[in-house]
Ligand binder design. Structure first.
Ligand code: AMP
Length: 143
């Protein structure tokens, strides 16, 4: 299994916002879409950063409620780690564990084509383990 097969199941929609969006706008969108992170894309379509609920909590802890008026470009992570459609699921687990984050944008030829969350990775891993168990069970039953 690789990223392409996960995207086939979950789709390629990615929630994005522009760098000048306020944290209040970001929080509203995260809540409406029931997601934990958004990719920040500049006017030229270039991925400028990623913001997750953790960044927003950090900003509020530092500045209080007034943090919600800050622009997302002030709190987002600029060095975005991404994967490609060909990346294997094991690679994603390694990247997420090492980087201590739960979201990986999928890039192809410089374009954003999807996003994988830790939830997608776990779901896929459980499905793979269940398939292995069921084929081992039928092997034992017929052996
Ligand atoms: P998360 O676990 O995804 O909520 O993110 C935890 C922290 O890692 C936050 O500061 C995010 O901005 C940052 N982050 C999330 N995803 C990525 C990524 N793919 N590349 C770099 N940083 C990220």
């Amino acid at each position: 299994m690789n990223v392409a097969s996960i995207l086939k199941l979950k789709g390629r929609q990615v929630a994005t916002a522009q760098p000048d969006a306020t944290l209040l706008e970001i929080v509203t969108k995260l809540n409406q879409r029931r997601i934990g992170a958004m990719v920040i894309v500049g006017e030229n379509g270039h991925v400028d950063g990623i913001v997750s609920e953790r960044d927003i909590i950090r900003a509020i802890a530092k500045s209080g409620a007034s943090a919600l008026q800050q622009t997302v470009s002030e709190v987002m992570t600029q060095n975005v780690v991404s994967c490609s459609e060909k990346s294997a699921i094991d690679e994603l687990m390694e990247l997420m564990t090492e980087g201590r984050f739960r979201h990986l944008p999928v890039m192809e030829d410089g374009s954003l084509v999807g996003i994988i969350s830790i939830g997608d990775v776990v779901k896929n891993h459980v499905a793979e383990v269940e398939m292995e168990v069921s084929s081992l069970r039928s092997y034992l039953a017929t052996g």
